[in-house]
Design a protein around this ligand. Structure first.
Ligand code: ATR
Length: 283
């Protein structure tokens, strides 16, 4: 029921066709009887600066930020959490009396999934991508206690910047850059592979040729994309009987942790997981 007290929230990004955040948040509002509505706000790159300036005059209650604006939005917030400042990525904003407070819930969200999965800390992790999400994953792995992280990114400079920032905050962490073209020559004995790039969102492209490796070399495949539910990378992993995880749990955790800044409560994870799975598997 739409009412005058309705709080308006939404997701800023582009494109947003893959996003299910509006399904999950609106479902939780209904279940928990919160008078709020969550909208997709797709903004193409050519309009983003003007749109953000304009949005600051609208009576929004909160927004989330996704591909490709998590870094850009930093210059529009009035206040930023220490974590988001470190990661240099804001994925959620709480708005009070026109002031925007930017935070990063991708990091605690991803760490929660690592804990749930009990992934080992003493084997290397190979991270594909160093955009906003890649940076959050890098910081999450460091915070979780992983000892060695390899990073590979199409634009090498972004990978190097992430390594530089991680080294600053985690001086004892072992870090190495791998050229994007050479990532399939990776020679560690057993490793966890994490895709943070957008390759796979189209349901056709894979960011990594898993079949160049023997099955026992890849300990686990984690693709933070959740729509499609199984990306080409995950399908490859599944065919080779390598354990895998998609990005649905991370999406839900980062979303429910954003509620803390908005409403001071966290909705139940299981409720949203069921709704998310039903929605994604329905297609
Ligand atoms: P997000 O906030 O979700 O991380 P982003 O900052 O735009 O979004 O990052 C997208 C990631 O996907 C980046 O690592 C990007 O590589 P570049 O830094 O070189 O742009 C990666 N990516 C996107 N399209 C790609 C492609 N066709 N090949 C390789 N990497 C790609």
């Amino acid at each position: 029921m739409i009412s005058q007290e309705m709080k308006i929230l939404g997701l800023i990004g582009y494109p947003l066709e893959h996003s299910i955040s509006f399904i999950l948040h609106n479902f939780a509002f209904k279940q928990l009887k919160i008078p709020a509505i969550y909208l997709n706000i797709p903004i193409p790159l050519v309009n983003i600066c003007k749109a953000l300036e304009g949005l600051k005059y609208l009576p929004l209650y909160g927004v989330n930020v996704t591909i490709p604006y998590k870094e850009l939005v930093i210059s529009y917030v009035d206040e930023i959490s220490t974590l988001a400042q470190r990661v240099k990525a804001v994925n959620t904003i709480a708005i009070r009396e026109g002031r925007w407070y930017g935070d990063n819930t991708d990091v605690p969200g991803f760490i929660k999934t690592l804990e749930d999965l009990k992934l080992p800390k003493d084997i290397p992790y190979l991270v594909l991508g160093a955009g906003g999400a890649g940076r959050a994953i890098g910081f999450s792995l460091a915070e979780y206690g992983v000892q060695k992280i390899y990073i590979t990114n199409r634009t090498k400079e972004k990978g190097e910047n992430l390594i530089k920032d991680l080294k600053y905050y985690y001086p004892y962490l072992k870090l190495e850059i791998i050229p994007w073209e050479e990532k399939e020559s990776f020679s560690e004995d057993s490793f966890v592979l994490i895709n943070t790039t957008s390759l796979g969102l189209d349901g056709r492209t894979s960011p990594f040729k898993i079949d160049k490796f023997s099955k026992d070399k890849i300990y686990f495949v984690y693709d933070i994309i959740y729509n499609p539910y199984k990306t080409p990378l995950i399908i490859q992993a599944e065919n080779l009987k390598i354990p895998w995880k998609n990005g649905l749990d991370m999406l839900i955790y980062q979303g429910i942790f954003a509620w803390k800044n908005w409403f001071g409560i966290i909705p139940p994870f299981d409720l949203l997981k069921k709704e998310g799975e039903e929605y994604l598997c329905a297609f």
